[in-house]
Design a binder for this molecule. Structure first.
Ligand code: SF4
Length: 199
């Protein structure tokens, strides 16, 4: 049989065949429909998204935390998934292995979730409230600054140096938080000021 098949006709024919194959693969056959009926619903569909920063290192990648629970009804949020924030300029959705394992870190039984103190003479730590911890830190810094602030150097120049209190800042933070931290620490005159990124 002599078939006169032009290039245009050939492309139409092969295109139709490919389309038919694709439709079958997309689930228009009976077997595919049955399979599709068992596909799980998207697991994040009913979750609440909360943007945050990875806690691990100074790269400070953006993350999205997905949780379940009706907060308006007073329910406690249950974290179900964490992934990289595609809109964050630092990591654009990517996470290193440590960041990708953040959910395990959050849910670890050994995770520290409250401030702790070992009082003078004690051999163990005990939990205290955030209010008590902040009050104690504020009191200690104020007392130390009142007692030890160096207002002028040997030449009589005003310097306002506080060399007896140090401050270690976290690097997993935003530019705005870092700016506010810098302002507070330097306005107290603290000289010993370092960052987690260098530790
Ligand atoms: S995801 Fe990795 S690189 Fe990014 S902040 Fe966390 S630990 Fe650092």
């Amino acid at each position: 049989m002599n078939v006169d098949l032009s290039r245009r006709s050939f492309l139409k024919l092969t295109g139709a065949g490919a389309a038919a194959t694709t439709l079958g693969a997309m689930g228009f056959g009976e077997a595919e429909a049955a399979t599709a009926a068992h596909v799980r619903a998207f697991k994040l569909a009913t979750t609440t998204e909360t943007r945050n920063i990875c806690t691990y290192c100074s790269v400070a990648c953006g993350i999205i935390m997905y949780s379940r629970g009706d907060f308006a009804a007073g329910e406690k949020a249950e974290l179900v998934h964490i992934e990289g924030d595609a809109d964050h300029p630092t990591n654009r959705g990517t996470l290193c292995p440590k960041g990708a394992a953040l959910k395990s870190y959050v849910k670890a039984a050994t995770r520290l979730t409250r401030p702790r103190i070992r009082r003078p003479g004690s051999d163990h730590f005990e939990d205290i409230s955030w209010d008590e911890a902040l009050d104690r830190i504020a009191r200690a810094v104020k007392d130390d600054r009142d007692a030890n602030l160096i207002e002028r150097n040997a030449a009589g120049t005003l310097v306002n140096r506080l060399t007896t209190t140090g401050f270690l800042a976290a690097s997993a933070t935003t530019n705005e938080t870092a700016w506010a931290t810098w302002k507070v620490v330097r306005s107290l005159g603290i000289v010993g000021f370092d960052n987690q990124a260098r530790v």
